[in-house]
Design a protein around this ligand. Structure first.
Ligand SMILES: [Zn+2]
Ligand SMILES: [Zn+2]
Length: 396
């Protein structure tokens, strides 16, 4: 796609940028946690109604769905954005910083919501498509599976669609660039919680109680060998122990020690092997140290798997909306609950660059960092991407 086509696509949405930036900053200043996006959902529903869309609120908690029809075709495309913020204390010093201490749009979902509203605005006025566009504004992406809640509330049965697409802003990529890939793009995320129980006792009498601290230490080192020793080097996975908690004094052996961590993977066989190995390590350490080790293993988000054809459609639209768009070589080890939507429906997920390339500015700060801010300079790109995708998939 030529640079001229990209300029035309951006010019077509240029008049929307000022009001959309105001909406984005209003959402940023008023962040809401998962399933509590009441103000945000009301704002989204109001904006969609004002554009003449059919709006249904309360889909899977605070989810909102808007439907826009044009022409006679029965083809249908879904476009999704997430609306929730994170429990982080913002440290940006920006004029539009959060008014709610400890709640922060540290992942840019304020930007995603704004860009999808912008697409609804643009597509409802240009109507260069034949079919139905379903705009999906989901709650609770950050660990609370809002996408799953919307599916369980009948999302695909009540609002049929053939394909569904989403994007995420990507600080590591320069603003104006985009990446996607066929197959796995985001990892499956699992959580494990281990409780090591001894009996507790005097530190000077170690022979009288199983040592929960020592057992926990052995667990940490053994768990870190699972990926390196039991998973093929050609496969990809991560296991990190992230929290270890126990003990209260220098002269007391604690009765218990708790460990928490996460596992990321892309392939079900690898995921199964890691869980099975983790349980075996826990059983072995328990036996060797005469402790009791309880294992809770939770698979909370599956891997996000792009349909190869849909990834190609997403890339083609990104070539219209962005200066540079390519297939990415590697997936990310972060996770995303869009995975649930892609398990139920073919589609694709795209990374939209938002780094300013000026060092550690707000647009360059990593996702979930207290200094992060969504880069308003990419609003037009996101609006153009959603719009170009809908127009291409529903071309007359
Ligand atoms: Zn996030
Ligand atoms: Zn996010």
């Amino acid at each position: 796609m030529s640079a001229a086509a990209s300029r035309d696509a951006l010019a077509a949405v240029d008049d929307l940028l000022s009001p959309l930036t105001a909406i984005r900053r209003d959402l940023h200043a008023n962040p809401e946690l998962g399933y509590a996006e009441h103000r945000t959902a009301a704002r989204v529903a109001d904006e969609l109604r004002a554009l003449g869309l059919e709006v249904t609120a309360g889909v899977g908690g605070t989810g909102v769905v808007g439907v826009l029809r044009n022409g006679a075709s029965d083809r249908r495309i879904g476009l999704r954005a997430d609306m929730d913020a994170l429990p982080i204390v913002e440290n940006t010093g920006l004029a539009h910083a959060s008014c709610r201490h400890g709640v922060f749009h540290g992942c840019g979902h304020d930007g995603h919501t704004t860009m999808l509203l912008g697409a609804a605005w643009h597509l409802s006025r240009t109507r260069r498509f034949d079919g139905t566009i379903v705009f999906v504004f989901q709650p609770a992406e950050e660990g609370l599976a809002g996408a799953k809640a919307m599916i369980e509330a009948g999302l695909f049965a009540r609002f049929p669609m053939d394909e569904i697409y989403a994007l995420h802003n990507w600080p590591e990529l320069p603003a104006g660039e985009a990446r996607t890939r066929p197959g796995a793009i985001m990892a499956a995320a699992d959580r494990f919680d281990l409780l090591v129980e001894g009996r507790g006792g005097h530190a000077a009498q170690p022979h009288t109680t199983p040592d929960a601290v020592l057992a926990a230490s052995q667990l940490v080192t053994q768990l870190n060998t699972i990926v390196s020793r039991r998973i093929a080097p050609s496969a990809s996975a991560v296991l990190s122990v992230t929290r270890i908690e126990g003990g209260s004094s220098h002269n007391v052996l604690p009765a218990s020690v708790a460990l928490t961590g996460t596992v990321r993977s892309f392939d079900a066989a690898v995921q199964n092997r890691i869980e099975e190995s983790l349980r075996a390590v826990a059983a072995g350490v328990a036996l060797a140290t005469e402790t009791r080790i309880d294992v809770a293993y939770t698979r909370y988000y599956p891997a996000t798997i792009n349909d190869p054809e849909c990834a190609a459609h997403a890339l083609a639209a990104a070539k219209i909306a962005c200066e540079r768009a390519e297939m990415a070589e590697h997936p990310s080890f972060a996770s995303e609950d869009f995975a649930f939507l892609l398990q139920a429906k073919r589609g694709a997920y795209l990374w939209l660059g938002q780094g300013r390339g000026l060092g550690f500015g707000n647009g360059d700060a990593p996702l979930h960092h207290p200094s992060y801010d969504f880069n308003d300079a990419i609003i037009g790109r996101g609006v153009a991407w959603y719009s170009a995708l809908a127009e291409a998939r529903l071309s007359a």
